[in-house]
Design a protein around this ligand. Structure first.
Ligand SMILES: C[S@@+](CC[C@H](N)C(=O)[O-])C[C@H]1O[C@@H](n2cnc3c(N)ncnc32)[C@H](O)[C@@H]1O
Length: 234
């Protein structure tokens, strides 16, 4: 499974981007983020930005967003789509969540979406150590009083939140109990243009079994629950 996602990020960035473009068709994520930390005028550093879906969302409101990812192919796809938005207040560069090429105290908001959660598979033996390093990096980059936001899945095909794996449940508990993050959840449902498109975009990422269950009867809307954790650095 670890290689499954790495392979997608390295070789199927375009398909990944088309999948996530169908998520959150009701626009709940922007409203939730803006409620947690009003986005107007912020300097933002984004970890694990992928093909830039959050970068695009944030760029319409923040002062500037500096987005990083470890995979060049994801960054290239992000650059292509951000270049067509008309916004100019973003930058993209290669950066590892463990050690970002950003000076200390630079950001009002540090944020990651669906990136940190991979440590539970990629470093299953010592993911806490990796998460501690990434959160320390967020704290280093945030100014005093800056805010960190973490976004991760709470279930694909699910109407109510439930961590889809035991290791993710442990990760989310670790954020809340050991690191003092606040938590809320929202729906970020997928709406595909057709059942053909859904059948093309769901299985390659989520696997055949989950896709078959979620798309049963030719469905084009797939419920998705998303957790949001946030914390202000003193
Ligand atoms: C599920 S994608 C999420 C991308 C994007 N945030 C989004 O919302 O669509 C996970 C991303 O995390 C990136 N990633 C994983 N480990 C990373 C690391 N250590 N440093 C930087 N990026 C990482 C992957 O390359 C991939 O682009």
């Amino acid at each position: 499974m670890a290689d499954h996602f790495r392979h997608i990020y390295r070789h199927q960035a375009d398909r990944y981007d088309r999948l996530v473009a169908r998520e959150d068709y009701q626009g709940n994520l922007f409203a939730a983020l803006n409620d947690i930390r009003p986005l107007d005028g912020l300097n933002v550093v984004e970890f694990g930005a992928g093909t830039g879906r959050l970068t695009r969302l944030l760029s319409v409101m923040v002062d500037r967003v500096y987005a990083f990812d470890i995979e060049q192919s994801m960054l290239s796809r992000a650059r292509e789509s951000l270049s067509t938005t008309g916004m100019r207040n973003w930058s993209l560069a290669r950066g590892d969540n463990h050690r970002m090429p950003v000076k200390s105290g630079a950001a009002d908001l540090v944020i990651e979406g669906w990136s940190f959660g991979h440590v539970t598979e990629w470093f299953s033996d010592n993911w806490r150590h990796h998460i501690d390093a990434m959160l320390a990096e967020m704290q280093r980059i945030a100014r005093r009083g800056g805010v960190a936001i973490l976004i991760e899945t709470m279930g694909t095909g699910a109407r109510q939140p439930m961590p889809p794996a035991e290791a993710l449940a442990q990760l989310y508990e670790y954020w809340q109990i050991q690191h003092g993050f606040n938590y809320r959840w929202i729906r970020t449902d997928f709406h595909f243009a057709s059942s053909t498109e859904a059948a093309e975009l769901m299985p390659f990422f989520f696997g055949e079994a989950l896709a078959r269950r979620a798309l049963q009867g030719g469905k084009v809307i797939v419920p998705e629950c998303t957790g949001i954790w946030w914390k202000r650095f003193g």
